[in-house]
Design a protein around this ligand. Sequence first.
Ligand code: A3D
Length: 311
Amino acid sequence: MARKKITLIGGGQIGGNLALLAAQKELGDVVIFDIPQSEGMVKGKALDLMQLGPHEGYDSNITGSADWNDVKGTDVFIITAGIPRKPGMNREDLLEINLGIMKDVAKNIKVNAPDAFVIVISNPLDAMVYAFHKVSGFKKNQVVGMAGALDSGRFRAFIAMETGYSVQDVTCMVLGGHGDTMVPISRLATVGGVPVTDLIQPERLKEIEDRTRVAGGEIVKLFGNGSAFYAPAQSAIEMAESFLRDKKRVIPCASLCEGEFGINGYFIGVPTVIGSGGVEKILEFTLDDNEKNELKKTLTAVKHTVAETGL
Ligand code: A3D
């Protein structure tokens, strides 16, 4: 069977880690694509990763490029093109610059790989994935945003840090927009099947939820120059792997809702089945009144950012 082709649009902090993880998991051959001014940087990263192959034992072919012709035949794109946050910025502050970039990327992907599956990471995420979908005209199952996977992972990490139990046994989901209004569903979080609400006092759990909501900003502040990249890269790779290997994993992703959870016409974080058909299904479940209210609030925030795209 021919190898799959994974193209990373943007070869910066997240892009470089995506390439490493894709190769380590032998998901396929990897193209790291960036603007002409960064062509040397992505070609260098690609060569460096080829030279890691003998140590790690992968046979993935990794190349760097600034030529859209090289993305032809791509099975899955992961888009990080754009600029990241600096301290004091919220994700919405990136909108103007990243929207222009996303429009250009969407047009070029549409021309060169119209059947590919596309995972968007660039911020502000909910608006960027919306913009990609609008400009490309791709089917809704072909386009998804990575945010809930990361936000849920952060919530899991904090619960493991609090309880001292293995993070492997912590399950939970964070729904809604990728911003301070995101909705950690603590009611359904468990450690090895034991409800987290029986393990952590309500006030402390509330603090952990609050930390989860601003976890990206906590790292931005520490870095002073850029945003998180290790966990975001791994989160997107899990989504790409589920698509390429038809795993049908259920991951909170920014998917286009058409009536699910009472939401219509917006990409927002909901439990999503990812398989060879791309976004195969959104799993709806009954929310309690508080969760419904929180979801309404986060939808309002997402609508506001999407409106600013003018699309
Ligand atoms: P960075 O290291 O700056 O990499 C971005 C790369 O995009 C740079 O190499 C740019 O040269 C490149 N680029 C710019 N314009 C284009 C273009 N038109 N075509 C191709 N490449 C281009 O940033 P990063 O990797 O740290 O972050 C990338 C994006 O992900 C930012 O917008 C972050 O805010 C976002 N991000 C999202 C999450 C989510 O959970 C959604 C988490 C972390 C970061």
